[in-house]
Design a protein. Sequence first.
Length: 470
Amino acid sequence: MKKELTFGVIVGNRGFFPSHLILKGRETILSILEQHGIKTVALGLEDTKNGGISTIDDATRCAKLFRANRDEIDGILVTLPNFGDEKAVSDAIRLSELNVPVLVHAFDDDMTRMTSLDRRDSFCGKLSLCNNLNQYGIPFTLTELHTVNPEEESFQKDLQNFAAVCRIVKGLRYVRVGALGARPTNFNTVRYSEKLLERSGIAVDTLDLSEAFGRASRLKDDDPALVAKLEEIKEYTRTSGVPNLSLQRMARLGAVIDQWMETNQLTITALQCWTSMEQYYGITPCTLMSMMSNKLMPSACETDVTGVLSMYALSLASGEPSALLDWNNNYGQDRIKAVFFHCSNLPAAFFEQKPTMGYSEIFAGDVGQENAYGTLSGRIKSGAFTYCRLSTNDFDGSIQAYMGEAEFTNDPMSTFGGYGVAEVPRLQELMKFVCRSNFEHHVAANISKVADPLEEAFVRYLKWSVYRHN
């Protein structure tokens, strides 16, 4: 479910242009936003001339209004029904002190109405406004077409992408991540820098596995949270054949994680699994992570904090669940296809049908089948998807990412765990890039096409280094 958004709306105006252009333009843009379920904060017709901004006084009024609603405004949309006043619009954004994404839109001119009574000159005005925004150091997003009427399909797509950008930026700037347990000693690949994340507004709270296990063991059998979690697990997946003791342990840990997240205002989590969870608690936590991811609160294994951030970015963009997968196998001799796999903790939304809980065939030989229950098995449904990986680059003090779009296929495949076959354009080139650029073997995936807003949010507003694989 996508978060409801609020945009601050600025209607640029040059006073000597006909009033009907700005009045109709303002009405149109507000109507389009309402159709998309986007709330607006904008100057009224009584606040300034025709509700537009053309002077420093107008800019100050607008900035004051935006500051009063700063907790609600997720992004700013600037629309130019005529040339607009580039300085006044830029001043309004600067004075508002809002650090949110900005979309710049300009109306088309009608070639049959090019007299002084109807000509807009928005085409030229947008160039002047963008020049000023650059001078002011205000990052902004452009529409696909330089000028476009809001009713057109192109602008509808622009608006959807910009809404996704706003969700990504706001979500990642203030997210609190829960890291439950230490990084498994052999998983050097998931090392990361908390300090670099903190610089981007991302906080990490930790909890030792021993504390979680201790809290779980102290829950009474009739604890409402425990009872509710057990029922939730049974409703979420098929559990036939799973020992009751395993389900009880799972529910206890799930109730503890829920309480920990609520107490510390955590949104997403990364859990230690391999193989402390199995050896010292007697379950795999895959089902619990799957349930959280399916509720758009992504959870990653092996304490892969930047992995779960990648999942969260994708879910913010699409409003759909994300999974964390291994780039796991080649697909025979087809060099643009690969097998994605995890034990698995994939969200239910990823599977072709309701998943079945079982035990980890990988862990069972080491810790015993009775201590390895909790994995979800099934095939990933076919369809277009976006993949993404965030990582902290400690060598140059930056956050880096790669992303692209690909297709889960119906190619024949039979194996255990959660798996799927994907066709990835120029796969061999991508694998070379991943190998040489210090990225992890985990990659986040989301069954949607959201690489455009993801790239825009990362590069334009979060100032992260991005490789977009096309």
